[in-house]
Write a protein that binds this ligand. Structure first.
Ligand SMILES: *Cc1c(COP(=O)(O)O)cnc(C)c1O
Length: 378
């Protein structure tokens, strides 16, 4: 019998080198760890919609339950998206979350010997999708915590097949203007697929949104990805999509699992698209919560990165006194946990002095600020 370690060594070195994704701590786990009552825990760690999901989506899920014995058919969702976005169905690729679409882009365009370009402090799935294919990741230093598009353009090599851009970016919340992004798309070499990840698009002030879907008609190398996990409140169902030229969509669909989006997710997403009130109310709640958090952080004397998403990334000052200069964010994160508040530490994103907090309901934000105050005091 071969040793288990020998078996693992059959896996390519680039797979074994992948750093595991660090999800936000689940409520149930924290409750077990510290003996806390789950109902008292506030989770502001994964940029989920604090209002939950649309009642219309929930009703659609209930109505779809009897059909679970059947394999899913994405037609209705592709059609609904096609109508909503004004693009033919052939230009839409459904994903098991938009992460799935990011991975499909990696599967379709990356291999050993290729490279992908992405920014420092950008979304963690870009390195994952790159490394899983044995391609090399080219990490471009961030500028003011955001994408430095000029430097990213300059970093593109002849072997670069994909550029990943998050707009707005997670975990920094930074945003590129339509003019900046369009200029990048105009100048990017045609041999490079540009993936523009718009997971937080619906949280942007409409005046700031990019005409990215229209750009798909102009830039044959563009893939725009969006998700139902954020403003639509369907993170647990896993559904997102990509929009690109039919030729690219055809490639992504070849590497896509035929039934990657499940029946309930399809039904919920179709219904969620019709609930414009829910989306508007979620947007408005986010605007108010962003103000609440910023004002609270200001009162606590903390700095933050201006954010265009449903989260705020706050800088935790380094210690003073005996252990001067030590990062405190990890300790503050742990203290918040003990107080029943889950946020996201960002050391894994190269931001050891920052914590990311998702904008919650007003009382959740207040509870976070109160706990943060206590944690900073000792
Ligand atoms: C949350 C998020 C996603 C969406 O992930 P899903 O797989 O759709 O849940 C994609 N990109 C970024 C930058 C995100 O923050």
């Amino acid at each position: 019998m071969p040793d288990i370690m020998d078996i693992c060594e059959l896996s390519p070195a680039y797979v074994r080198a992948i750093a595991p994704y660090q999800p936000g701590k689940p409520i149930t786990e924290l409750a077990r760890e510290f003996g806390l009552d789950e109902r008292t825990i506030v989770k502001l760690a994964s940029n989920e919609n604090p209002r939950g999901l649309s009642p219309k989506a929930l009703a659609a899920i209930e109505a779809a339950l009897p059909d679970l014995a059947r394999y899913p058919d994405g037609f209705d969702l592709s059609q609904a998206l096609s109508r909503r976005l004004g693009v033919p169905m052939e230009q839409i690729v459904l994903g098991n979350g938009s992460n799935d679409v990011l991975e499909l882009a990696g599967m379709a365009f990356l291999a050993p010997g290729c490279s992908a370009v992405y920014s420092q402090h950008a979304f963690a799935v870009y390195p994952l999708a790159t490394q899983a294919r044995g391609a090399q990741g080219i990490v471009v230093p961030a500028k003011n915590f955001g994408h430095d598009l000029e430097a990213m353009l300059a970093a593109i090599r002849p072997d670069t097949h994909v550029v990943f851009i998050a707009n707005p970016n997670n975990p920094t919340g930074t945003m590129l203007s339509a003019a900046e992004l369009e200029s990048f798309l105009r100048r990017a070499p045609r041999h490079v697929v540009v993936v523009v990840d718009e997971a937080y698009n619906e949280y942007l002030d409409p005046a700031l949104r990019c005409p990215s879907i229209a750009w798909v008609g102009r830039f044959p190398n563009l893939i725009v990805t969006r998700t139902f996990s954020k403003v639509y409140g369907l993170a647990g169902l896993r559904v997102g999509y990509g929009v690109c030229r039919p030729e690219l969509a055809d490639l992504l669909n070849r590497v896509r699992q035929p039934f990657n989006v499940n029946n309930l997710a399809i039904a919920a997403a179709v219904a969620a698209l019709t609930d414009e009130d829910f989306v508007r109310e979620s947007y408005e709640l986010n605007v108010a919560g962003m103000t609440q958090l910023r004002e609270g952080c200001q009162r606590l004397g903390l700095a933050w990165i201006p954010s265009y998403g449903n989260f705020l990334t706050v800088e935790i000052p380094r210690s003073i006194g005996d252990d001067a200069g030590q990062s405190q964010a990890g300790a503050v994160f742990q203290k918040l946990l003990r107080l029943g508040v889950i946020v996201r530490p960002l050391a894994g994103y190269g931001l050891p002095d920052h914590l990311r907090v998702t904008i919650g309901l007003a009382p959740e934000n207040a509870r976070f600020l109160e706990a943060l105050d206590a944690a900073l005091k000792g």
